[in-house]
Design a protein around this ligand. Structure first.
Ligand SMILES: Nc1ncnc2c1ncn2[C@@H]1O[C@H](COP(=O)(O)OP(=O)(O)OP(=O)(O)O)[C@@H](O)[C@H]1O
Ligand SMILES: [Mg+2]
Length: 456
């Protein structure tokens, strides 16, 4: 069943229930107060006659009372203490006679009278009984009757009104519920369609501007998810395109040089040169594949980090000694500064990879007579490792992307500086796997500085 129908049915059911309960309550109260009004007025009339009769009860007064009664909508019957009718303002019908014959409860009959018949539904009359006294002696009873026809007519009219009101409220409510449930479920239906599209791999979802409530939050989340999936899809496509490009270039070289090297009348010296190129290119491919494999493992968190206590001074010194020859070969000064006795929990093999990658970049992108500096600082339980060079620098626009896979500032992959653009992506993953963070600052022409911050 559709959610709008379900919602509509539940709403209608609840409102119907509330309406039935409130209308029944209202009906009962109105009828009750109406009937009591009639009975009270009857009692008041009886008491009026009593007051007159207690002053004077001669035949003239009695006939006057009879006359008054015959002119009003109620009937008055006065009896003496034995129950004999003294005067009646109307005909004594059998139902009036029946009431007159009911034994009078003298002992608990209040002076102000009593209701003796209030069954307006079944009986033809409602009635009250008021005693009247003369010189302290009870001298008779005043019966007041009122035909229930009128009350019934009144109540029938009331019923009709209530029925019309109930039906109109119900129709109004049903129409409101119909539109309300449609309006409420519309965003849900739109979101359902959107997620259906997402599940089919179509990420071009655009949901209307979210409202400021839970549905709005859900819609916003779905939109964000769609955007993220779309971004990932694009990034994956670009990544695959870059990889195939990276693989195609060395393979083209290998294929080309292999063809030349196969020529029979080639000099041995040339053949060796071509074979060397083939080997270099094959190595490039295998390095690329190894780095990609490392990244894939880092992504899946299958890369195990085995931390141990490492003395940073000794650790950086050994790295310094390893890379120093390459730097001095290129005429670049390499400096290092590290306080003694900084102990830190890191995976030495993985962290060495981090520093070697950063130093490799400094070496690749710096010119002769510049200086590269490795600096370590300790501050409030944090250790800061900086690799700073005076190299080419990175343009502002490229800075946010340099940690992306296969991203290189110099898009032409020259043999001289021909990296894959994977080094920094690996560095970032490794630093984050250690719970640290890496930032970069750079000025074109002045140099670049990478800063790693690790918690101790
Ligand atoms: N110290 C630096 N000075 C100038 N540019 C840098 C520096 N470090 C990184 N870059 C720029 O950032 C890009 C990405 O660096 P990354 O280390 O990821 O790739 P790569 O060095 O080109 O290749 P790989 O490290 O995979 O061999 C580089 O191509 C280079 O343009
Ligand atoms: Mg690199």
């Amino acid at each position: 069943m559709k959610i709008s129908i379900k919602l509509g049915l539940w709403f209608s059911l609840c409102i119907l229930l509330i309406e039935i309960i409130s209308m029944t309550f209202l009906h009962r109260n109105l009828v009750h107060s109406r009937v009591h009004q009639e009975l009270d007025s009857l009692l008041a009339k009886g008491n009026g006659h009593r007051a007159v009769l207690e002053i004077k009860s001669d035949p003239h007064t009695l006939s006057h009372i009879g006359l008054m009664g015959s002119q009003s909508d109620s009937q008055v019957v006065v009896t003496n203490t034995k129950g004999d009718i003294v005067i009646s303002s109307g005909k004594i019908t059998s139902s009036i006679e029946h009431i007159l014959n009911i034994p009078i409860p003298v002992s608990n009959l209040p002076k102000t009278g009593k209701i003796i018949q209030d069954d307006w539904k079944k009986k033809q009359f409602i009635a009250t009984l008021t005693p009247f006294y003369q010189k302290g002696q009870m001298s008779g009873y005043i019966y007041m009757f009122k035909n229930t026809d009128e009350v019934q007519k009144l109540i029938n009219q009331l019923n009709k009104h209530l029925f019309v009101a109930s039906v109109s409220i119900l129709i109004f409510v049903l129409i409101t519920v119909f539109f309300l449930s449609k309006a409420l479920t519309k965003p849900l239906i739109i979101m359902k369609e959107a997620t259906k599209k997402l599940s089919k791999g179509d990420f071009s979802v655009s949901l209307p501007k979210p409202s400021n409530d839970e549905l709005g939050e859900l819609s916003f989340s779905i939109q964000t998810l769609a955007n993220d999936l779309n971004y990932i899809k694009q990034a994956r496509n670009e990544f695959l395109a870059s990889i195939s490009h990276e693989l195609r270039t060395p393979l083209t070289y290998i294929n080309g040089y292999a063809n030349i090297a196969r020529r029979i009348n080639l000099e041995e010296k040339d053949r060796l040169q071509y074979l060397n190129i083939i080997q270099e290119e094959a190595q490039r491919v295998s390095i690329l594949l190894k780095e990609l494999f490392d990244l894939a493992k880092l992504d899946q968190n299958t890369f195990s980090i085995t931390k141990e206590k490492v003395n940073l001074d000794q650790f950086t010194k050994s790295i310094y000694e390893r890379v120093f020859p390459a730097f001095s070969n290129k005429g670049i000064k390499l400096e290092r500064s590290c306080p003694d006795n900084i102990m830190i929990d890191i995976d030495p093999i993985r962290f060495e990879q981090v520093l070697i990658n950063l130093l490799d970049n400094s070496l690749k992108y710096s010119k002769v007579s510049t200086t590269t500096f490795i600096g370590i600082l300790e501050e409030n339980e944090k250790v800061q490792i900086t690799v700073k060079d005076q190299g080419a620098g990175i343009p502002k626009d490229d800075l946010p992307h340099i940690f992306d896979r296969l991203y290189r500032v110099d898009k032409s992959r020259s043999r001289a500086t021909g990296g894959f653009g994977l080094g920094l992506a690996i560095v970032k993953q490794l630093v984050e796997a250690h719970g640290g963070e890496i930032t970069v600052e750079s000025q074109v022409g002045e140099g670049t500085s990478f800063t790693i911050i690790l918690q101790r």
